[in-house]
Design a binder for this molecule. Sequence first.
Ligand SMILES: N[C@@H](CCC(=O)N[C@@H](CS)C(=O)NCC(=O)O)C(=O)O
Length: 213
Amino acid sequence: MATTTNKPKMTLYYFPNFRSNRCIWLVHELSATKDVHFELYDTRDPDESKVKHYKNTVHPLGTVPALKIEGREPLIESGAICMYLAELYQKLLPKKDNIADYFNVIFFCCVTLDEILEQLFVQWMFVELENRDNDLIKNMAAKFNVAISHVETILCDRKFICGDEFTAADCVLGYNVWWANVMQGGQLLKNHPVARSYLERLGERDAFKKTFS
Ligand SMILES: N[C@@H](CCC(=O)N[C@@H](CS)C(=O)NCC(=O)O)C(=O)O
């Protein structure tokens, strides 16, 4: 028998192992795969008409992720998609006392940590060794160090960002910690045992395993 739900039909446009993973992971945590259809979208698709159509109908800048929702404007920011889905399902939300950490960490990840990691990612992945901007790398690695230390002060006495219960904020931050760990042999987390054990804890979750490959 087909299962029906009272949720709108949704399509999550994604590319694996990039920021889309925040949203894919959360969909698995929410057991919402019957409502959210995953649609692989390659921003570098050589078929220009596909890219044009995506920009016209889903995301004006042509990036992923994006969540198309029946009857409304698509959501085009990974953090906003996570916050929206948690609200829609009324699951994985913080208790009232922890709402400040919830908002603060989601925005810190999407605005600050993403920017730092993106600059390091571009240098390490796309720029030949001899052409790398070593001052920029040093500066961004130092900034990351301060930023992740700040996150560690929040995590040092709790399992997850909002206490002992996992929330959507952990899908957002967890992606950043995973991202930092897969670059350059994990050197960014070398002196950050709290962040590393947080990642280990997240890695034990079934929804994490289904998402990250
Ligand atoms: N602020 C956006 C950033 C989206 C973004 O930059 N996505 C990258 C992948 S992680 C992308 O689509 N890059 C391809 C491109 O810029 O052409 C979010 O977090 O949703």
